[in-house]
Design a protein around this ligand. Structure first.
Ligand code: RB5
Length: 148
């Protein structure tokens, strides 16, 4: 995963800026969809930009940050092809990749320190999907898109 879209609301802005810098230093190509300050904004606006970028294949993965990560997760998962996972520590991120083939990582900016967040992001971006029995399950998830 080399090309990564990132987005945050006001509660995730500071962490987004930190992660953007660190991931850039790691060699990732980052596309920043905002927000650009800590002024209050609505998380679905940023979730939709990042989720669209992932579902269209423009980027390999997305990162979304709000206060808890919950709103971003709910909103991003409305788009076809998006599997957004809220992960608050690295093991969750590894399993979200290995078992669920998650393509968007959501973080809680008000719940995580910067170092833990960076470790969680790196775990997500560096872990591959295992396939095998999980492929069948992910395909069943895919089949739920557009239903009901
Ligand atoms: C903003 O106050 C907060 O509600 C938002 O960042 C997020 O946590 C929503 O899920």
């Amino acid at each position: 995963m080399k090309k990564v879209a990132i987005g945050a609301d006001h509660a995730g802005y500071e962490l987004k800026e930190f992660l953007k810098k660190k991931l850039g230093e790691d060699g990732y190509q980052i596309i920043d969809y905002g927000t650009d300050s800590d002024r209050s904004v609505d998380y679905p606006d940023f979730a939709s930009s990042v989720a669209k970028s992932v579902s269209s294949g423009e980027v390999d993965a997305g990162i979304l940050i709000c206060g808890t990560g919950i709103g971003m997760t709910i909103a991003a998962n409305k788009l076809n092809g998006v599997r957004a996972a809220l992960c608050l520590y690295p093991t969750m991120a590894q399993l979200a990749r290995r078992h669920n083939d998650a393509n968007v990582l959501a973080l809680g900016g008000r719940l995580m320190g910067k170092d833990l967040a960076l470790e969680t992001v790196r775990a997500f971006l560096e872990t591959d999907f295992e396939g095998g029995r999980h492929e069948v399950r992910v395909e069943k998830v895919r089949q739920l898109e557009g239903r009901g």
